[in-house]
Design a protein around this ligand. Structure first.
Ligand code: GLC
Length: 652
């Protein structure tokens, strides 16, 4: 690698080549580059320092930063400045998100603007558009098998449509989130096609082996991600005559990040998305980007180094774009994606609070909170200045990946407890009394692992209740849906609703007769929106109206109270009643008690719970029921109805 002194000279040359003006016009960029350069240099050297052409690669990386800066629209540069003036802009309680499939929600990108009023009505101003870049129909994994990272798939529209949607969203105060599928490409991607035709340069973009020797070595320690639909981690490619690493589906070829050319071209893609005006970039499956024989090939230190390097580069070239690492892994491992050591809060700005999400489902099935509380020591370690995506459901399955010790400490057997949860949520399960209608996803008979598919509403019992025409059960499932949403909306982080849940979509089983989807039951919870159904949000008393209005009020409560910003200001109340999860959000002297009864019976909470920390209030305002409650004696109780919740602010 070049010593630092030579780098300054090289940068000067690059600036000249690209007519950059570090004194006036490009001063802010030049300042950012010099501030981040030492780390970029070091991180790049850690991974690629021994490559024969490392110096050339490094200069090309710097060139990418310059070109991205020069491509950045003036309006986006202004937005960068506005964001940085706000401090950490994304911690704000003013943001509320939704994930949606453009085609299943609106038809295509051009039609999206006509649907923004629905989102505005709900209080959503942050949109995660599920993958829209070119992806072969039938082998697309919902868009996560990309064949061209820079071309919008014609079924959604064109790049111009995306840009004009983004401009409209920004002008209306909305934010855009898109994915980058960093770990793999579709086998129809140009690089994979060239590799298949024998091009050695592109074969080195992937992990390709002539015989089973190395694949067998790797597979000794690699778990399977889709054991039912895509067992194993390698796929034989006849055209190339080689085994290719395919950790996910057989048509998703893993990119080889030991090759610096791969890193650079994917960094260019990251910056390209930044310049499309993306506010939050979701890095898909970052835990998998580095492979090393003899390991599980997940969460390796080099994967973190690469993410840190990406973050540094983004801060230089497209600084307003925050990074979300989609690491759905063990609780301890998730935390590392926020950065560790000198890189604390300098890796991913966001991670999914997948642990708490799964634990919400754990509490709903078991009716108690002990396992969830045992996980908090780890979850609360999130560094200040970073944030969670909080959610109840998303396009993926629910994994029960929290640690065994969290279950064992609650006095339960981890194997039997997980079996209970799987039975509870899957329709074919043994818990015939369960109201949930879901399905097991990716069952692995070798390990006994399985995850859970199903919509929020179906898993909360609405599907069954509607089929049976059971009024009280319908009411109870609506209550559960709103309690689950309240919990994740108020928890701390950016709430990300999943489209359809705001009007109570139940499972859609039509995917079973579509051969392009039938192998993947996650499609049961990815609805095609019927706008007549959505419009029932205006019909007083309709299921859709009750869920929509409830969700809307929850988002309003969050927006009206700044203490719901993610200031790392959450603490859990001690367990006065094992059925009630209670957290307190604080800011200065203000506080908000958020209490959730996960049981099907009324819960009694002694009023002492509100005196425990010596606060001296005599009255509470309930923001959900818009009523005032007097705090009673220590031997009296606050009563919370089955699956009820309270959002209580003490009046001091
Ligand atoms: C992520 C996506 C998931 C996809 C996988 C492979 O986990 O959320 O839907 O199947 O990556 O790209």
């Amino acid at each position: 690698m070049y010593p630092e002194s030579i780098i300054s000279e090289k940068i000067h040359q690059l600036f000249q080549e690209h007519s950059l003006d570090p004194v006036k016009k490009d001063k802010a960029f030049a300042n950012r580059l010099s501030a981040h350069l030492p780390k970029i240099h070091r991180l790049f050297g850690e991974i690629y320092g021994t490559c024969f052409d490392v110096e050339y690669q490094f200069i090309e990386l710097l060139r990418s930063l310059i070109l991205a800066h020069q491509d950045r629209e003036a309006s986006l540069k202004k937005r960068d400045q506005e964001k940085s003036a706000k401090g950490v802009w994304f911690l704000s309680n003013q943001l509320a998100g939704m994930s949606l499939y453009v085609d299943r929600f609106a038809g295509n990108l051009k039609a999206m603007p006509t649907k923004l009023s629905h989102l505005e009505d709900l209080g959503v101003n942050f949109l995660h558009l599920m993958p829209i870049f070119e992806s072969p129909a039938g082998e697309s994994d919902g868009g996560y098998a990309v064949s061209n990272f820079k071309k919008v798939d014609p079924r959604f529209g064109a790049l111009e449509d995306l840009i004009s949607l983004r401009k409209k969203m920004h002008s209306q105060g909305m934010y855009l989130m898109l994915d980058i599928v960093l770990n793999h490409t579709s086998h129809h991607h140009e690089w994979a096609q060239k590799a298949k035709s024998g091009d050695r340069y592109y074969q080195s973009f992937f992990y390709a082996f002539e015989n089973r020797r190395i694949p067998d070595e790797f597979e000794r320690d690699m778990p399977e991600i889709f054991p039912e639909s895509a067992p194993g981690n390698f796929t034989w490619n006849e055209e190339m005559g080689k085994w290719v690493m395919t950790v996910f589906h057989t048509y998703q070829w893993d990119l080889n990040y030991t090759n610096p050319n791969v890193f650079r071209v994917m960094l260019d893609t990251v910056l390209f998305y930044g310049n499309l005006g993306v506010d939050l970039l979701r890095i898909d499956a970052p835990a998998f980007i580095w492979k090393q024989m003899g390991t599980s090939c997940q969460n390796l230190p080099q994967a973190h180094t690469l993410l840190r390097l990406i973050k540094q580069c983004v801060q230089v070239a497209t600084p307003g774009m925050a990074i979300l690492g989609e690491a759905i892994v063990a609780p301890k491992e998730i935390m590392k994606y926020f950065g560790t050591g000198e890189f604390i809060a300098q890796e991913c700005d966001f991670a999914y609070n997948a642990t708490q999400m799964a634990l919400q489902w754990d509490m709903l099935a078991s009716g108690e909170t002990r396992v969830m509380l045992n996980a908090q020591a780890e979850i609360l370690n999130k560094p200040y200045g970073t944030s969670w995506i909080t959610y109840t459901r998303c396009h993926d399955d629910i994994g029960l990946g929290y640690d065994d010790y969290m279950i064992a400490k609650a006095g339960k057997d981890p194997y039997l407890h997980r079996k209970f949860l799987k039975d509870y949520y899957s329709f074919s399960g043994d818990q015939w009394m369960s109201p949930a209608r879901g399905a097991l996803f990716s069952s692995n008979p070798k390990t006994g692992d399985a995850r859970i598919s199903g919509t929020l509403a179906s898993l909360c019992g609405l599907e069954k209740a509607l089929i049976e025409g059971n009024g009280p059960a319908i009411d109870q499932s609506i209550q559960k849906i709103l309690m689950m949403q309240a919990h994740s909306i108020l928890l701390g982080g950016l709430p990300m609703l999943f489209y359809g849940d705001e009007v109570g979509y139940t499972n859609d089983y039509r995917y079973q007769s579509d051969p392009r989807k039938s192998y993947d039951n996650r499609w049961m919870h990815r609805p095609v929106i019927d706008w007549d159904k959505v419009n029932r949000k205006k019909v007083a008393g309709a299921v859709e109206q009750q869920i929509f209005e409830g969700t809307k009020i929850l988002l309003q409560i969050r927006k009206e109270n700044e203490l719901f910003s993610d200031l790392s200001n959450i603490s859990w109340m001690s367990s006065h009643n094992i059925h009630v999860a209670g957290f307190v959000r604080r800011m200065g002297d203000e506080r908000m008690y958020c209490l959730f009864n996960f049981s099907d019976k009324a819960a009694y909470l002694t009023w002492y719970a509100f005196r425990e920390q010596g606060e001296g209030a005599t009255q509470l305002v309930d923001h959900w029921t818009k009523s005032e409650i007097a705090i009673g004696q220590n031997d009296e109780h606050l009563i919370i109805e089955p699956y009820g919740f309270r959002i209580l602010e003490p009046i001091i």
